[in-house]
Every structure is written in C-alpha cells, then in structure tokens.
Design a protein around this ligand. Structure first.
Ligand code: HEM
Length: 401
C-alpha cells in the first residue's frame, strides 16, 4: 500500500486587505491546528519547519542546538543562493565568532549608557518635528520623522561628526528605498563600510568618548580585525535603521486607529514604557520570521526536528498567541505582560540594540502625539503602500495636522 503525503503548504504571506497591520490569518489557523508544521519555500525545494506558538518560538530561539549560520547547506534563507552574511552581521553567526563580536559591543548598549543618550534623542526628535511642521502638509512622516531619527541617533552613538550626518542619511535611505538598484545598494553599503573604517582609524590615533574610539581600543587587544570592527559598526547602523523606522510609522497608524488609548502615552514614564511594549508586540515589524537550522536532533513541542533541518519562526504570530497574551488581537496599551513579547527575538541573539530602540520609541511616539494632537493620515489606511519585504512597514505615510 502506498501512502500519499500532501505537499507542504507555502509560507502564508497575505495580510487581510481591510486590516493590513494584522498577520496573515492563515498563521493563526496553523498555530491552533498544527503549531509545528512543514512549509514549502524556494518553489518546494526546501521544506523547513514553521513554529508558530510563543512557547515553542522561545524553546527554539533559546536552544544553541539551533544555528544561525546562514551559509550552512539547508539553512532556510529568504531566497536560494543568497550570499552568506558578512563577518560583521553578528546575528548570522554562532559561537565563537558571535561571542567575540557580541562581547565587544555589549557594554555599549547597557541601559545606563542608552539613558545617557536620551537627552540628545529628545533634541533630535523635537528638531525633526519642528522641521516637518515648518512645511505645508500633507507631508510624508516616513521621510521626515521615522527614517531620520534612527539614522541620526546611530550617528550620535557611533560618533559620526555632525557634518557627515547628511552623507549617512543619504546612504541609509538608498538601502531602504525600493527603487534603488542592486548596484546602488551595494555602492551605498561599501561607502558606509569604508567611511566607518576611516573613522575607526582616526579614532585610534585621536580617541574621544564615543563607540568607535572604544571599538578601536578593543580591536587592539582582541581577535577581531579593523575590517570586522568597521563592518560590525555598519551592521549596527543598518540593524537599527529600518526596524525602528517602520516601528515608528506603523505605531503611529496603530495609535491613530485607537485614539482612546493615546492618553496612556502621557501618564508617566512607566506607562509610556508599557505602551511601547504593547505596540512592539502588536505591530511586530519582522514579518519574514527568524530562521535557524538544527545542528542535532531536537524535540520541540512534541515534534522531532532532525539535524540539518531548517526552522522558521514568525515573531508576529508568536506575539499574537492567545496562550501567552489573552485576547491577542486587541491592542491594550496597559497590558500587564506585554514585555514578554518576542519582538526582539530571544536567547543569545536577542536584539543587542533593544534598549536603544525602546528609548527612541518612548521619546518619539509621545512627542508626535503631544506636538501634533490633530495628526491624521490623508489616505485610507488600506491603500497605503505597504512593504513586501522581510521587515514590514509603509514606504510613505502622508499626514497632516
Ligand atoms: C524596533 C526596532 C528593532 C527590532 C524590531 C529589532 C529586532 C531584532 C531581532 C528580532 C533580532 C534577533 C535576530 C535573531 O535572533 O536572528 C535582533 C538582533 C540584533 N539587533 Fe535589533 N531590532 C531593533 C532595533 C535595533 C537597534 C536600534 C539596533 C542597534 C543600533 C539593533 C541591533 C541589533 C543587533 C546588533 C542584533 C544582533 C544580535 C546578535 O546576534 O547577537 N537592533 N534585532
């Protein structure tokens, strides 16, 4: 007797037309009925496991038997034949490379150091809002607020001189602009890496109190090269750029859809922080899911994942798991356990820049709604140009106030 097995379904990608900020509904069905199941990617050439429950997502991400090395055969990359990530992309490496790189940076992102950056983040946010409101609306909030804030903050963090900020903004914008050609993107990446290498060398001869000066000192005494350190700095800039920008834009839309909850942003610092955690949970911009490959046989949620098999973990689905978050599709800026979201991943690769991202959102979102109480989007939310990229967002957000 022969058994016919149904082919694995594709990765659900379509979001509801009327609710474009919600994850594809098919995911919720899978989470209820087959929480760990195979999906088909690369035209059926690879069938990695899809892990949709919050608890299982943490079990995979917290287990070092699941590798992040995206050059391994069978790693469920977004597309077949993708070049392996460069040495500076620490999220794509396992120990010991990952450990050395991460150790070189951990102290830069501790809460105390990020708190020292808050006054300048506030100043930048206010200046951007001043500049935007000096224009006649409607204007694009993505171009004027969401994209420049993370770039300018990353420049401050790295110690990029003020006069070079426009260069950085220009290159960073080329990277996220969907009309950029592959060649333009490559040139922008190379210019950023070259610039940061020169800055590193300059800071070695003339140190000041910034991240690049400290990184230059660490390179002297550690096993990473100047090139690796410059790439690491470039990765920091890029890792925080599009993620934070899209969070600002999509959170603004979400808050405008729930105007009764906006006052919670202003009650006090703890309430603002909790509100931002709920927005991080609800919006979850990383839509392509985190990806791993098993190094040995591991059982998760009763399913054995064999060595060499790939795993995809869509964080937006885990963050809407009713077993972890009651009434998960309801936005509740006072949700007591919102901080348990996995928006920043989990385990050894958990987002290094999360304190910085939180600070930017905790400052920018209340500033937008305090300064622009009449803010409104000038196009129907369903018709905005949403990104079909691995990080979800809007290309443009036309607003007036
Ligand atoms: C809302 C904004 C952000 C989101 C949603 C986000 C999300 C994430 C996620 C999910 C990971 C884990 C990747 C994995 O496990 O494979 C990660 C890693 C990382 N993020 Fe973020 N991130 C944000 C902002 C930032 C910022 C502002 C920075 C730095 C300036 C940053 C730097 C990094 C770095 C360096 C890693 C790699 C950590 C490692 O592999 O050890 N991120 N981020």
């Amino acid at each position: 007797m022969s058994m016919v097995t149904a082919p694995a379904p594709g990765l659900p990608l379509d979001r509801p037309k009327k609710a474009p900020l919600d994850p594809p509904p098919e995911f919720a069905r899978l989470r209820d009925e087959q929480p760990i199941t195979r999906v088909s990617i690369w035209d059926g050439r690879l069938t990695p496991w899809l892990v949709t429950r919050w608890a299982d997502a943490r079990a995979v991400l917290g287990n070092r038997a699941f590798s992040s090395e995206d050059s391994l055969p069978g790693f469920p990359n977004l597309r077949p034949g993708m070049p392996p990530s460069p040495p500076g992309a620490l999220q794509a490496h396992d120990a010991p490379v990952h450990t050395t790189m991460r150790r070189a940076l951990t102290r830069e992102f501790i809460v105390k150091r990020i708190d020292e950056l808050r006054p300048s983040i506030r100043e930048t946010a206010d200046r951007l809002i001043d500049d935007m409101t000096a224009l006649d609306g409607p204007v694009d909030l993505v171009e004027h607020l969401a994209l420049p804030l993370p770039t300018l903050v990353a420049c401050d963090l790295l110690g990029v001189p003020y006069e070079d900020h426009p260069f950085f903004q220009d290159k960073a914008n080329t990277l996220v602009d969907n009309s950029s050609t592959a060649e333009q993107v490559e040139t922008a990446e190379r210019s950023i890496a070259e610039y940061l290498l020169n800055l590193l060398l300059l800071r070695r001869s003339r140190p000041c109190g910034d991240l690049m000066s400290r990184l230059a000192r660490k390179v002297d005494g550690a096993s990473i090269t100047d090139d690796d350190a410059a790439e690491l700095a470039a990765f920091l800039l890029l890792a925080g750029h599009e993620t934070t920008a899209n969070m600002i834009a999509l959170s603004t839309i979400t808050l405008l859809q729930h105007p009764d909850q906006i006052p919670r942003l202003f009650i006090g610092p703890e309430e603002t922080a909790l509100a931002v955690e709920e927005l991080l949970r609800f919006v979850t911009v990383i839509q392509a899911g985190l990806r791993r490959r098993a190094l040995e046989d591991v059982t998760v949620g009763g399913v054995t994942i064999r060595a060499g098999e790939g795993v995809i973990i869509p964080l937006n689905v885990a963050n809407r798991d009713p077993d972890a978050f009651p009434e998960p599709d309801r936005l509740d800026l006072g949700r007591p356990n919102a901080r348990r979201h996995v928006n920043f991943g989990y385990g050894v690769h958990q987002c290094l820049g999360q304190s910085l991202a939180r600070a930017e959102l905790q400052i920018m979102l209340p500033a937008i709604f305090r300064r622009l109480p009449g803010l409104r989007v000038t196009a129907p939310i369903e018709d905005l140009p949403y990104k079909e990229a691995s990080i979800y967002g809007v290309h443009r957000l036309p607003v007036t106030w």
